[in-house]
Design a protein around this ligand. Structure first.
Ligand SMILES: Cc1ncc(COP(=O)(O)O)c(C=O)c1O
Length: 245
């Protein structure tokens, strides 16, 4: 927070915009403190810079309001992808009406593309969002993820492994404290992840191929599947953590 203050004091008036993933989930799962994001919102407002929240991963995954609702902030613009295409390729952005009105045909900024508004992607996205709208799937995923992570953590008690989790996202780290910034991710820990990855692949579980990537539950993951996966994961993690501890 101090670094943020200092940065804005020095450069704030030259900044057009700040773009940030609210919960960085592209390079570890780096859950930020509410105060940090609220301060960023206050500073951008004070210095006349736009706050653009990248909700490509978090949008409609952390509930319908994404990371913005999680932190209780109102960004000027938001970007979306993934879920809003229901598996089909799509990207979108939205935000303050006075900014969006700058786009054609109302304003001078032209934005278009061959696949913009592609009907198949739009239909798949709409169907997904309609299924999510009543919050039941989010609640179920959150509950399953919480149980999945806490069951594994209980079995890994006393080890040098941590699992960060939020909504339907989890991230396994071979280090004692869950990092909140990219520079705090231990590269030795990632090497342990990579070895574990190979072992559990043989046991039928396919995690992302890098320790810097996070994992997602989907509505298709049943409680039984997750219990089975947790058992295999704990066994593989223990072998690696034991070597490391
Ligand atoms: C947080 C985040 N922002 C932006 C992007 C880029 O999205 P696209 O590949 O649709 O351009 C990604 C892609 O994974 C992402 O995870």
């Amino acid at each position: 927070e101090e670094a943020l203050e200092e940065f804005f004091r020095e450069h704030g008036d030259k900044l057009a915009a700040v773009i940030i993933e609210g919960i960085p989930a592209n390079n570890g799962l780096l859950i930020q403190r509410h105060d940090y994001m609220r301060q960023l919102r206050a500073l951008t407002e004070k210095h006349g810079a736009l706050l653009i929240l990248d909700e490509v991963i978090t949008g409609f995954r952390l509930g319908m309001g994404g990371a913005a609702a999680y932190y209780g902030i109102r960004p000027d613009l938001l970007t979306y992808g993934k879920i809003i295409g229901g598996g089909m390729p799509v990207g979108a952005f939205g935000g303050r009406a006075d900014i969006m009105d700058l786009l054609s045909p109302l304003g001078p900024v032209y934005q278009a593309g061959t696949l913009s508004g592609n009907p198949v992607a739009m239909t798949a996205g709409l169907a997904t969002l309609r299924k999510l709208a009543d919050g039941r799937i989010h609640a179920q995923l959150e509950e399953r993820n919480r149980k999945f992570v806490s069951d594994m953590m209980a079995d890994l008690k006393g080890s040098t492994v941590n699992i960060a989790g939020i909504a339907s996202i989890y991230w396994i780290v071979f280090q004692r404290d869950i990092p909140r910034a990219a520079h705090a991710i231990d590269s030795d820990g990632v090497a342990h992840y990579n070895r574990m990855h190979e072992k559990i692949l043989d046991a039928g579980i396919y995690l992302p191929p890098s320790g810097y990537e996070v994992c997602f539950l989907s509505a298709a993951h049943t409680g039984d599947m997750l219990s089975n996966a947790a058992r295999i994961l704990v066994q593989a993690i223990r072998q690696e953590a034991h070597v490391w501890a």
